[in-house]
Design a protein around this ligand. Sequence first.
Ligand code: FES
Length: 137
Amino acid sequence: MSAGGFVDTNPHARVAGAAPFAVELEAGKSVWLCRCGHSADGIFCDGSHNKINESLPEAEHITPLEFTPEESKTYYVCACKRTGKLETTMMCDGSHAKKEVLKMYNQQLLKANSKLAAEKDELAKRVAELERQMAGL
Ligand code: FES
């Protein structure tokens, strides 16, 4: 997808955060970094990509990246999943600050808010129904 020169290099991935995740990693200890953005913490793969891949052609499947730190220190793992280092380290390259990525993140948040609002309305209806039933007892 292209808009004003922006090419989404990971179009099926969820933006997991508005800024990189600071993570302490140990030298030589491999980790599997999430590239789909759907893992619970947005950092480490928890298998959530399998659910995303069910609806994608095999050529577009998203897989985690194995990363072995060369030194023990704080690493800044990409949260937007659009870093130019998708295939190498998954570390932040500043892509989260691009307006197209911010727009994607805002759209995700709006969608999540709408879903929560709908759930809240549904719960309020159920509570009101239960209160009516209890009043009739
Ligand atoms: S959960 Fe995101 S790549 Fe596995």
